[in-house]
Design a protein around this ligand. Structure first.
Ligand SMILES: [Zn+2]
Length: 124
């Protein structure tokens, strides 16, 4: 994990990029600018819908990239046997919207149980 200062700098950079996307979105939604009958509530609704889509795309991509780091197999947490992993979609509610996460899930035939490989083990 990066230092707190580096994390804050990165977050500010990402917020500036997202603010730029907001300007692009506005130009896309109203190429000549919004007409006088467009209310602030209309503008807000459009921006919130776009924001939810952004949260969904970002969270799904980050979770998928993270899940791929587990590889093809993981040890069963009960008996330690190496078990193959498969990717299963799981719907989740996150702040700002819904997302479908592709999660690695292992099944141990010895213990007859499913398990989720731990993130702590992935850093070893
Ligand atoms: Zn087991």
């Amino acid at each position: 994990m990066a230092s707190k200062e580096a994390q804050e700098r990165k977050l500010k950079e990402i917020q500036e990029i997202a603010a730029g996307w907001g300007k692009i979105l506005a130009a896309e939604a109203f190429p000549g600018g919004p007409s006088l009958d467009v209310t602030l509530a209309d503008m807000e609704e459009l921006a919130v819908a776009a924001s939810r889509a952004l949260v969904k795309g970002a969270v799904e991509t980050m979770a998928q990239t993270q899940g791929a780091q587990f590889g093809q197999e993981a040890p069963c947490p009960t008996c330690g046997r190496m078990c193959s992993l498969k990717i299963l979609p799981r719907p989740v509610v996150v702040r700002g919207g819904d997302a479908m996460l592709d999660e690695p899930v292992g099944h141990c035939p010895t213990c007859r149980r499913d398990f989720f490989p731990s993130a702590a083990g992935a850093e070893d």
